[in-house]
Ligand binder design. Structure first.
Ligand SMILES: [Zn+2]
Length: 505
């Protein structure tokens, strides 16, 4: 094997010869000038390096007591949160540098089929460009109300003065009626789709929502009749129902078969939905009668829950979250036995991705409602887990509670008690634990020196670049929440790690 040539050390290259010729031929004046230039260059580099290190590495301990107006503290490396430009290697989600790896796709374990961007005219309407789009986005909730197939209800929808944010208390429920109205009552919600008379349908939709434009409603109606697979499915089912005793059942746990089971294919009657007369069905299935006056509550874990309530977002009737979605192995890409939680599912859905158009984030107030609705779903899932796993959580070990149950033996009070553990955020036990911790800190370290209130400023420079055309920070709670979290983390580091108030205990 020939020896490996190490480098050009000592070799007479063309460049080296040229350099040597240039040096030997220059005058004394030229040589001095050259040396002077080099000296200046080196000193400038050193100064710049020194400046950089004061900004980044200089000790901030205890800078709070020697505040210097001439220093721009906001440039310190420990304060800057950077921009949203870190790309997740698994799902291509854009993140801030200090955000957790698992935030977007649980480290590659969650992979969902991207939602298709809507076709025209819906695409332009959600873009935020043009007068029609501005009008549409201002009244997007009303437009959604025109087309929603289920009714929305909550224990209490909070409406204080003027509020741009959607807020509820208690539970959310979606309800669906029958496909056809009972005699002499008006068509409502889903029933409007089967009137069979397009201008009448539009009239009825506009009658309940006075701020909408008739022309836009007409365009959207054509779009949904053409593309929304759920509506197409219901129409087919209606043709197959000879009497009012018939009902259509959309199975909660069946997805269209085929090579891409998670891909949204047009569901066919025999695959995911059946028309029956009377049969015992699973509690999670959606059962719609041909004609009756009862309302059915849609279970939030049914895969069509989202599409029935938010046709503007799920214009094709795409599936939402359900129990059957499995995690994948990030390396091999094969399915594992672990299930994707609703939290995993929706955090994946709400990410901003490289080269991907996420139209959910453009829907402004409808997006608020959607996020609130889905968060209730996440909380419900957590509470159900706690209810079903009381023995695993060892709730009987809570001593005070055991005493209370023994002494408070009211024979009338027969339901099964569910105990929320301290790990459930916001529960009384969790709050109590915080209070107890605070007491022990004070006992050990003495009283606190700082009481800091840190609020979010929607004008922060990090928020603006992430907004879509025409959006204001209030339209994007996801961005403000993420930026706030990063800023809060850096404030805590500023005090605890960089010791601006001297050593923190
Ligand atoms: Zn990811």
């Amino acid at each position: 094997m020939p020896p490996i040539r190490r480098s050009n050390l000592g070799r007479r290259t063309r460049n080296a010869i040229n350099q040597a010729n240039y040096r030997s031929n220059r005058t004394a004046q030229e040589r001095d000038d050259g040396n002077e230039r080099e000296r200046i260059r080196i000193s400038q580099t050193r100064e710049a390096r020194a400046r950089h290190s004061t900004n980044n590495r200089a000790s901030l301990n205890p800078a709070a007591f020697s505040y210097d107006v001439s220093i721009d503290y906001s440039n310190y490396q420990c304060v800057v949160i950077g921009s949203m430009n870190l790309v997740c290697s698994h799902c291509k989600a854009l993140k801030y540098k200090n955000e957790a790896n698992g935030l977007c796709c649980a480290n590659g374990k969650v992979k969902l089929i991207p939602l298709d961007p809507p076709p025209e005219p819906l695409y332009s309407l959600v873009s935020g460009i043009g007068t029609d789009s501005i009008h549409f986005l201002t009244h997007i909730q009303q437009y959604n109300n025109c087309f929603q197939m289920t009714s929305f209800g909550a224990t209490n929808v909070v409406r204080e003065n003027f509020m741009l944010t959607f807020k509820i208390q208690g539970q959310i429920y979606h309800r669906a009626g029958s496909l056809l109205p009972v005699s002499d009552s008006d068509n409502k919600f889903l029933q409007i789709y089967f009137m069979g008379n397009s201008p009448q349908e539009i009239d009825l939709r506009c009658a309940h929502n006075n701020l909408v434009k008739r022309s836009i409603v007409e365009q959207l109606q054509t779009l949904f009749h053409q593309h929304n697979q759920l509506i197409i499915l219901f129409k087919t089912a209606l043709d197959l129902m000879p009497s009012d005793n018939h009902k259509i059942v959309i199975r909660a746990d069946k997805t269209p078969a085929g090579q891409h089971t998670r891909r949204f294919n047009a569901p066919t009657i025999d695959e995911v939905a059946i028309v029956v007369v009377g049969e015992n069905l699973e509690s999670r299935d959606i059962v719609l009668h041909r004609r009756n006056d009862q309302l059915q509550r849609i279970k939030e874990t049914h895969r069509s829950y989202d599409a029935l309530q938010y046709p503007i977002i799920f214009w094709q009737g795409e599936d939402g979250y359900d129990f059957s979605i499995k995690m994948i192995n990030p390396i091999t890409g094969s399915e594992t036995i672990k299930k994707v939680s609703s939290m995993n599912y929706y955090s994946y859905r709400l990410m901003i991705r490289e080269n991907e158009d996420n139209h959910i984030l453009k829907c402004r107030r409808l997006y608020h409602k959607y996020v609130v609705d889905m968060y209730v779903k996440i909380e419900t899932e957590r509470l159900t887990f706690i209810r079903l796993n009381q023995t695993k959580l060892r709730s009987e070990e809570y001593i005070h509670l055991r005493d209370a149950i023994n002494t408070d033996g009211n024979a009338q009070n027969v339901g099964r008690m569910t105990i929320l553990p301290a790990t459930y955020i916001g529960s009384p036990r969790h709050m109590h634990e915080y209070a107890q911790d605070a007491m022990s800190y004070v006992r050990h370290y003495g009283t606190a020196d700082l009481f800091i209130t840190f609020t979010c400023n929607p004008q922060w420079i990090e928020v603006k670049p992430e907004l879509f055309p025409g959006q204001s920070p209030i339209d994007r709670h996801d961005i403000t929440a993420r930026v706030f979290r990063q800023k809060l983390k850096s404030l805590i580091n500023f005090i605890v790690k960089h010791n601006v108030f001297d050593k923190a205990k």
